[in-house]
Design a protein around this ligand. Structure first.
Ligand code: SF4
Length: 385
């Protein structure tokens, strides 16, 4: 089955767990001639392609927390601990900063958390702050501090909505014709946590000068004198694409409804790891075909798409807050099975431009004394009595 077929099959058959899905639709691999196989006959046990795909489908259909019960075992490396693994095996932490708007107090909280845990900080391309160098056993403590101060998961680790980038718009800018920050915040809070075939990025610019680079996003919104123009199918990455004009001069209400339907139609029918640009090309009729489905309800599914998005918005909960409240889920954040709070002794850092970075192999081998950029710390410091 394609992902779209599997998505419909799971939805129509009303299946809610991987076991139910594999039992119903799974096939054990064909035995290779002459090989001695230890695989059981029957539905099989899943593989590295179908497990994350099913995990994404179950999450998109609103089947609870991604680390709940059986779903936890389906998740990829990053989703598995809800953080992005880096080259030295530590993780980066990205709290949501909706629309790129943050108060001075919020900045102080992130700064203090980064200082207290010795993390490297960098502003991301999506207008938020990434903290690098967090060890797995530190993730709950870091998130507890962030959640206490009103932050929530930014889903930087998930195939889901990432960010809604915005310019300052009419609030501050002399050229702005609409409140682009207000719209970006509304969109980000509406679609946060929405799991999809690939990551989704949005952008909102307050006038045609396009300072938010919205046409480089899956959904780009550009303010006009009369409302909002909506563009779809943009992305950066390996094959950069400019988004194409989808609808003009929408009211704010019309804009939300149109984006709701566009995203839900994409989530239901795109292939595994397919971004919106190639998906739009694949839909019968291309962008005109998508327009007919969403604006003219040519398939008669718009009410269903609207209901699915309403369900997502109603059911949203912060994944990290839920983990902090659940002792069972917290158990996975241990460094070693027999010593869960012990720091990885192989980690080592050097100072660069006033912050830490992982030491490379030569620096580790050379040690602290013979380097221009000396080893400043491993994960633990020696205590002298
Ligand atoms: S896109 Fe327009 S409103 Fe936004 S910052 Fe640029 S000039 Fe100002």
């Amino acid at each position: 089955m394609s992902r779209a077929q599997l998505f419909d099959a799971v939805r129509v058959a009303d299946l809610h767990t991987f076991s139910e899905i594999i039992e119903r639709f799974g096939h054990a691999p064909e035995p290779v001639e002459g090989a001695v196989s230890s695989s059981p006959a029957g539905p099989g046990r899943g593989c590295d392609i179908c497990k994350p795909t099913v995990a994404s489908i179950l999450a998109s259909l609103g089947n609870g927390h991604i680390l709940e019960g059986e779903q936890a075992t389906l998740q990829d490396t990053n989703d598995h601990v809800m953080a992005n693994m880096q080259k030295d095996g530590t993780y980066s932490v990205v709290p949501r900063i909706a629309g790129g708007e943050i108060t001075p107090d919020g900045l102080l909280v992130i700064g203090q958390v980064a200082k207290d845990f010795g993390l490297y900080t960098k502003i991301t391309g999506g207008q938020r702050i990434d903290m690098f160098g967090a060890r797995i056993e530190q993730l709950p403590d870091i998130w507890r501090r962030l959640v206490e101060h009103g932050f929530e998961s930014g889903h930087a680790y998930g195939k889901s909505l990432r960010t809604v980038k915005s310019c300052v718009g009419s609030t501050w800018c002399r050229y702005g014709v609409q409140d682009s920050v207000g719209m970006a915040v509304e969109l980000e809070l509406r679609y946060r946590g929405l799991r999809s075939p690939h990551k989704i990025k949005l952008g909102v610019s307050g006038c045609a000068r396009e300072c938010a680079e919205a046409r480089g996003k899956d959904v780009g919104v550009i303010a006009t004198d009369k409302g909002w123009n909506m563009y779809v199918g943009g992305n950066g990455g390996f094959t950069p694409r400019h988004a194409q004009l989808f609808a003009e001069d929408l009211t704010s209400e019309e804009l939300l409804r149109t984006i709701d339907r566009f995203l839900m139609y994409y989530i239901r029918t795109a292939d595994r790891l397919q971004r919106t640009a190639p998906w739009v090309e694949d839909v019968e009729g291309g962008i005109e075909g998508v327009r007919q489905v969403i604006m003219e309800d040519s398939l008669g599914i718009c009410a269903d798409l609207d209901a699915a998005m309403a369900k997502h918005v109603d059911a949203y909960e912060d994944e990290w807050r839920a983990v902090l409240e659940d002792p069972v889920k917290l158990q996975r954040f241990g460094s070693f099975v027999n010593a869960p709070k012990t720091a990885d002794p192989d980690l080592a850092y050097v100072a660069e431009r006033g912050q830490i970075r992982p030491a490379n192999a030569d620096e580790k081998a050379a040690g602290a004394d013979s380097l221009g950029a000396p080893l400043i710390a491993g994960p633990t410091l020696e205590v002298r009595r």
